[in-house]
Design a protein around this ligand. Structure first.
Ligand code: SAM
Length: 261
């Protein structure tokens, strides 16, 4: 996959492109990320890229000529062009999945008071990363690149993306734990120590449902629960354990206490 980012501040990407999963994915050839400095396409002697708003108003607006020239310098038949703006449609996991299947994604970052509205005619989509105003599209583009690249084959282990939040039919990820088993009196749930994979899978799913009900009930609006899930919801409400969890805990009872010593 290739991603072209049109920006006035390419220097902001230096660490981002060299670190962690993004840096590794670039060096492994999983993704090619190109930075295009919009200022390079200004025909103005002073390399000006903005001007005052027609009709009055605060701040400066990015001009069309350098933006369109920058876009044309990278656009191909395979390009999908995304303009970043707080007025755009909300970016979400589904959008990241959609972008990860594109051959060439072009992301256009605005700055200052924004971009001449007529530029919207040159793009495929207008996207916002949330209901707040950033100084520029650079951070928003990093959010998009990061969430898309980790979905590309080979970027991270496929297992890591399977159970993540929003992937399993829009549930949040279940709570995870690591060592030590007891920290300042707070213990890892016993069921995770039983070594019974079936019981652990059941518990994980139940906890994912619980967390989603508590934190993001909006994600469950159109969900139709199956029989097992309805049983889990009942157990969440009553605090009762399923037969599979009880058996796993009973079988492990003789060694569980050792972990807590
Ligand atoms: N005057 C604009 C408004 O009120 O909608 C805000 C312009 S903002 C200061 C400058 C640039 O930052 C925008 O053109 C856009 O590219 C980017 N930006 C700001 N907030 C954003 C958001 N929530 N999502 C995506 N891009 C954003």
């Amino acid at each position: 996959m290739k991603i072209s980012i049109l920006t006035l501040f390419p220097e902001m990407y230096e660490n981002f492109l060299n670190s962690s999963i993004i840096g590794r994915s670039i060096s492994r050839g999983i993704v090619d990320i190109e930075l295009v400095n919009i200022r390079d396409f200004s025909k103005d002697k002073t390399k000006r890229v903005d001007d005052r708003p027609i009709g009055g108003g605060a701040g400066l607006i990015m001009k069309l000529e350098p933006l369109v020239a920058a876009l044309r310098s990278v656009k191909t038949k395979e390009s999908h062009i995304v303009l970043l703006a707080p007025t755009g449609k909300h970016y979400a996991h589904e959008t990241a999945c959609d972008y990860s299947s594109k051959k060439h994604l072009i992301i256009v970052c605005g700055h200052y008071e924004g971009i001449d509205f007529r530029f919207e005619k040159y793009v495929d989509e207008i996207v916002s990363i949330g209901d707040y105003v950033l100084t520029g599209g650079e951070l928003a583009s990093m959010v998009i690149v990061d969430s898309v690249v980790r979905l590309l084959p080979g970027a991270i282990s496929e297992e890591s993306t399977v159970d993540e939040s929003f992937t399993d039919e829009n549930l949040l990820e279940y709570p995870q734990y690591t060592f030590p088993i007891v920290f300042e009196g707070k213990s890892v749930p016993n069921i995770l120590l039983t070594g019974n994979h079936e019981a652990v899978d059941y518990y994980h799913k139940k906890q994912a449902i619980k967390l989603t009900i508590e934190r993001r009930p909006d994600l469950l609006k159109n969900r139709v629960w199956n029989e097992v899930e309805r049983k889990m919801i009942n157990e969440i409400k009553t605090g009762e354990l399923s037969a599979i969890e009880k058996t796993a805990l009973d079988n492990a009872a003789r060694f569980l206490h050792k972990y807590k010593e």
